[in-house]
Ligand binder design. Structure first.
Ligand code: FAD
Length: 335
């Protein structure tokens, strides 16, 4: 374990923001992590793949990049398999492994960037599936006491892009691994029209985990900018949830507004629609901007400044609030 000084984080965040970490270390062993947590007095930032983070300044402290590895079958029966997966595994590689083994449950979450350890943080989700549906346990170390805690699904308090680790326990735990319960007799979730259309276009006659995973990869590659080409962190904002009555009032003023009904007379409104209809889609300001095809994604065309992206996000929030009276909140972690 080697602690380096003054390390550029440019290649460690998908926005490609060039800030420095005062100290930087990669951790491959839990014992090393515990030792670092016990010894370090300066601020600590835990980093996975850096795909859900916006750096707005240099980090004056220690950045710990989680590289704990391992995928292990810890239990199985005729119907299910329980996998213990270390936090530093790459999420999409885990998905591909599960697809190849015939373990169903996370194929709709193909191609989400980042690490396994960050996945429960915001209860990653896509195409009608969230990690909470297959997550049995989260193993984590308390940052102050060094104790190892196990959280079951219920105690993670999962919500839409939310968990206990992102709110009540924010910055209190380092996730070291997760246990997933996956199905050996999968039921396929093709509820999203785009998946059905792609399967049809691909002439898939018999559904399989691979066919769904391939379709999801295809859809995502056509819709979302590739961070290797244009710096971004996926959806910058969460989709706001508003009361049905407010949605109906908006519908009178904006007949084309899109909304998805939720329980308890709530409606989820796509933040991308609100941003696009506030005139931001494709707007470029020097080397940062709003993506040309997906208004929910803010981008760094190269050499962009994180603080400027934060300011742009605040301007977008203010303009959406002004036009629609709806508050949109960032999904990503701003540091
Ligand atoms: C092109 C693109 C598309 C995306 N699409 C989706 C999508 O469809 N659905 C979705 O849900 N997300 C999506 N995301 C967001 C992102 O991929 C996920 O949030 C992912 O889980 C982040 O993983 P990471 O390892 O990169 O986390 P990081 O960005 O490294 O960290 C995110 C946060 O978690 C903390 N953290 C990271 N690892 C740990 C750990 N082991 N213990 C404790 N805290 C930790 C960090 O401190 C930070 O606060 C997308 C991002 C991009 C760039």
């Amino acid at each position: 374990m080697q602690i380096q000084n003054e390390v550029s984080l440019k290649s460690y965040n998908t926005f490609g923001i060039d800030v420095k970490a005062q100290k930087f270390v990669e951790v491959t062993q839990i014992a090393d992590l515990q030792q670092l947590l016990a010894q370090t007095t300066e601020p600590i930032l835990i980093l996975g793949g850096g795909s859900n983070i916006l750096f707005t300044q240099n980090f004056e402290g220690l950045v710990i990049k989680i590289k704990l590895k391992g995928i292990e079958v810890i239990q199985e029966n005729e119907d299910f398999v329980w996998l213990e997966v270390a936090a530093g595994e790459v999420w999409h590689e885990l998905v591909l492994y599960c697809v190849a083994q015939g373990y169903g449950g996370i194929e709709n979450l193909s191609l989400i960037p980042g690490t396994v350890g960050a996945a429960p943080m915001q209860n990653i989700g896509a195409y009608g599936v969230e990690i909470r549906e297959v997550l049995e346990q989260v193993q984590a170390i308390h940052r102050n006491t060094g104790e190892i805690h196990t959280f079951n699904n219920e105690s993670c308090n999962f919500g839409y892009r939310e968990s206990i680790f992102k709110n009540i326990h924010k910055d209190q735990y380092v996730i070291t691994g997760v246990t997933l319960k996956l199905s050996k007799k999968p039921t396929f979730n093709t509820s999203y029209g785009a998946i059905q259309d792609t399967l049809k276009a691909n002439k898939v006659e018999t559904l399989s985990l691979k066919a769904i995973s391939d379709a999801v990869c295809q859809i995502r590659s056509s819709k979302l900018p590739n961070p290797a080409e244009i710096g971004n962190a996926g959806s910058f904002f969460k989709n706001p949830v508003i009361p049905q009555s407010q949605f109906e009032a908006l519908q009178k003023r904006f007949p084309n507004i899109v909304g998805y009904p939720l329980p308890e007379a709530q409606v989820k409104v796509p933040a991308g629609w609100l941003i696009e209809n506030s005139g931001w889609k494709g707007k470029r300001f020097g080397n940062i901007g709003v993506h040309t095809r997906q208004a929910l994604v803010l981008v760094n065309y190269g050499g962009g400044d994180g603080a400027a992206i934060r300011k742009l996000s605040q301007d977008i929030q203010a303009s959406v609030l002004d036009k629609f009276g709806v508050e949109i909140k960032p999904e990503i972690n701003i540091v």
